[in-house]
Design a protein around this ligand. Structure first.
Ligand SMILES: C[S@@+](CC[C@H](N)C(=O)[O-])C[C@H]1O[C@@H](n2cnc3c(N)ncnc32)[C@H](O)[C@@H]1O
Ligand code: SF4
Length: 357
């Protein structure tokens, strides 16, 4: 079964840290973009999909009509008879009641809200358009509509954020009892406002913030199933697990990546060029690579070690001596023939994983 990702490259305004592919929302451009998405979807005919994830950018910046047109066409074009999960990302300032109503009626099963921090001053410092109250209101409306599977995205190590601020955000968010939480350390990406301002991060503080979160979440029965992701009652992101388990997915839209029939490929990141290619009857692919067995094995290790369930030992072939070293140091464990990082090693994952591939 295959996952389906749809990229919506529009936002109300660019946040100061973000380098994801998105431009300011424009209704006419978004109309054309949705027509292109539908046309691109048609090139896959009726393949069976297990999960849908509409992300961005800001999917909730689209109008109800645009969301409805997109979702209904996707359901008609693909075989969704065995669909297990349908996620849409929402920003608090554009998650209005009518959109939540529409998404619920269209059988969207999971929402992902970008909160980032519960501190209004910090929200302003990073260029967010909502305050904490707006999030609380949107989250409450989502619950009222009947959504039970909701993720909250948070960022840590943002400028002027203290460990105490972070603890307050964690406690506040834990009070919502959401089924899922994702945490991201602020990274300074080229071309962003923060990059131009030469903003710096503090890795030691970020590490302390991550460890604080690990402890608080454990005490609140959230399972740490992936380096940056926690879930309650096994409500993991099935779609994102498709990536980490190195399974197939199809990406639609500008900058969308796919891994399909052993090829990895990526679409043009320029929105107008993407639209013109697709509506002109061509594909929008700018990179394509065949994944041979050796590359597949390496990728399976790289992605799978992000998960607490780890990776089957058969993928490690000639790396057994490195595994022994990390086992002795307490950074890896092996259970039922699966190799996984210990929770202590999650924060150091990049260096350990690169040693193992
Ligand atoms: C691409 S955004 C899309 C979600 C939605 N538009 C929003 O802003 O809430 C997904 C998540 O990535 C995280 N993110 C984006 N840029 C980041 C950066 N430079 N450093 C850390 N986290 C980042 C944020 O937590 C954000 O919610
Ligand atoms: S973080 Fe979300 S809202 Fe902000 S610019 Fe990036 S995609 Fe848009």
């Amino acid at each position: 079964m295959t996952g389906l990702y749809i990229h919506i490259p529009f936002c109300k305004r660019k946040c100061f840290y973000c380098d994801f592919v998105s431009v300011q929302y424009d209704a006419a451009l978004a109309d054309k973009y949705i027509s292109a998405l539908i046309k691109e979807a048609l090139s896959y005919k009726k393949i069976a999909i297990s999960t849908v994830y509409i992300g961005g950018g800001t999917p909730s910046v689209l109008s109800c009509e645009q969301l409805k047109k997109l979702i209904e066409n996707i359901k008609n074009i693909f075989d969704v008879s065995k669909l297990q999960e349908f996620t849409v990302e929402l920003n608090p300032e554009s998650a209005e009641n009518n959109k939540l109503h529409l998404l619920y009626n269209e059988n969207v099963s999971r929402l992902s809200f970008g909160l980032q921090t519960a501190n209004d001053k910090l929200l302003e410092n990073i260029g967010r358009l909502h305050n904490f109250d707006k999030f609380k209101q949107a989250y409450g409306s989502a619950l009222k509509k009947g959504f039970t599977d909701i993720n909250i995205d948070l960022m840590y190590g943002i400028q002027d954020q203290t460990l105490t601020d972070w603890e307050k955000t964690l406690d506040t968010v834990l009070n919502f009892n959401s089924s899922h939480i994702s945490l991201y350390p602020l990274t300074i990406e080229k071309g962003t406002k923060f990059y131009l301002q030469k903003t710096e991060t503090n890795p030691e503080l970020q590490r302390a913030m991550y460890e604080t979160a690990c402890i608080k979440f454990k005490n609140n029965n959230l399972s740490h199933y992936e380096i940056s992701n926690w879930a309650r009652d096994q409500k993991y992101s099935k779609h994102n697990k498709t990536y980490w388990q190195n399974n197939e997915y199809v990406g639609l839209g500008a900058a969308a990546a796919s891994y399909y029939k052993r090829y990895r490929f990526k679409n043009n990141i320029n929105i107008n060029e993407y639209i013109n290619s697709i509506l002109g009857g061509k594909d929008a692919c700018i990179e394509k690579e065949y994944i041979n067995d050796a590359v597949y094995n390496t990728e399976t290790i790289m992605l799978g070690l992000r998960l607490s369930e780890g990776v089957h030992i058969k993928y490690f072939n000639d790396k057994k001596h490195i595994i022994d070293k990390y086992l002795k140091e307490g950074f890896l464990h092996i259970k039922n023939d699966r190799v996984s990082l210990t929770e202590e090693a999650f924060f150091l994952s990049n260096s350990i994983i690169s040693d193992l591939i």
